[in-house]
Design a protein around this ligand. Structure first.
Ligand code: ZN
Ligand code: ZN
Length: 363
């Protein structure tokens, strides 16, 4: 098969690799129908994630079709369409039993495109298949559910839920990239009074408005703290969500919140930030961090199936899976291309969609 392979910092190639095979009775083999590229993949290519070994297939977000199951897999059948999420769950360890799958100590957690071969490939081996994939409800397209593989549960769990957004809150979201926009989209589930988007890029702020932010602040030209204070009677935002991952934006979040407010850090940081305890200690603030657990994926899937949530606006560019190299160029140059998420679509095999529909009816 062919796949997008990491060959060390700055080096990637779409190339021929061995087909994946079942290794454990709990594995499944999935044919990838749609995949996408994440900002984390760009971090890996920069060399920021050194535990990724050269030779690893990248990617941790996909929708696919089960083509083979191990002898211990009981809830999946060949032909099932499944969402393969960025987080794998062994289903048995202490953290999996607490629904904190991101912290799995039984061999799961974030493993695709990190510790094992990933999902930007024609086929993938999916460990712990029973407890890790989600069947796609009938009638939903690959693109409708693809972004549940990472950005939506990440923004929702680590941003909105960890920040305990409540109806009537003013929510400040620092960073209007895909994660910030997913935070805007899922914050709306809680009917905040204001969703304030803060970014340096005018086109991203425009996208933030389209996704539902009612106040946008260009903090290259405007004083974001003063603007949020003016909006909140001088108190500050109830919740500030950090969706960039640099020290400046984290520190800005701690300046934007009201006494008793919550800072939810979602961004992936590579450098230390300064925690101004000399001003924060008396303000009763809560600061949370985290990796997504994906325990809300079934809930989000239900909202999509019922038409209450539509993540398809994230798909700004589409490529054939075999054009993954060009897709990386487009996604990596988002400042110029305005890419949010690029969808990698496997070329449909002639005659297959009808067969697939039939299989779904009988399941
Ligand atoms: Zn990701
Ligand atoms: Zn586990």
């Amino acid at each position: 098969m062919q796949a997008l392979v990491y060959h060390g910092p700055g080096q990637r190639a779409w190339e021929e690799v061995p087909d994946p095979a079942l290794e454990q009775p709990t594995d499944a083999i999935v044919r990838i129908d749609a995949s996408t590229i994440c900002g984390t993949d760009l971090h890996i290519l920069k060399g920021d994630v050194p535990e990724v070994a050269p030779g690893t297939i990248l990617g941790h977000e996909a929708v696919g079709t089960v083509v083979e199951i191990g002898s211990a897999v009981t809830t999946l059948e060949v032909g099932d369409r499944v969402l393969v999420s960025c987080i794998t769950s062994c289903g048995r360890c202490r953290f999996c039993k607490e629904r904190r799958y991101g912290m799995c100590t039984g061999g799961g957690g974030w493993i695709f495109g990190h510790l094992i071969d990933g999902l930007q490939a024609e086929y993938a081996r999916v460990p712990f298949a029973d407890t890790s994939v989600y069947k796609v409800p009938e009638g939903l397209s690959d693109e409708q559910v693809l972004f549940l593989a990472d950005i939506l549960p990440t923004a929702y769990e680590v941003g909105i839920l960890a920040g305990r957004v409540e109806p009537g809150d003013t929510v400040a979201i620092v960073g209007a990239g895909p994660i910030g926009l997913a935070a805007i989209m899922t914050a709306k589930l809680y009917t905040p009074a204001h969703i304030v988007a803060i970014d340096l890029d005018a086109s991203r702020l425009e996208q933030a408005r389209a996704f539902g932010a009612d106040v946008t602040i260009d903090n290259g030209n405007e004083d974001a703290v003063a603007a949020v204070m003016a909006l909140t009677d001088g108190l500050g935002a109830d919740v500030a969500i950090e969706a960039v991952g640099v020290p400046e934006t984290f520190e800005l979040c701690t300046e934007l919140i009201r006494p008793g407010g919550r800072v939810a850090n979602v961004g992936v940081h590579g450098h230390p930030a300064t925690l101004h305890l000399e001003t924060l200690w008396i303000r009763d603030v809560t600061i949370t961090t985290g990796l997504v657990d994906t325990f809300t994926t079934p809930q989000l899937l239900k909202l999509i199936a019922e038409g209450r949530l539509d993540p398809t606006p994230f798909a700004t560019h589409r490529f054939a899976l075999s054009d993954a190299m060009a897709a990386y160029d487009t996604f990596g140059d988002a400042a110029r291309t305005h890419a949010l998420k690029v969808v990698l679509e496997a070329t449909p095999v002639a005659g297959e969609p009808a067969e697939r529909d039939e299989a779904l009816v009988t399941v």
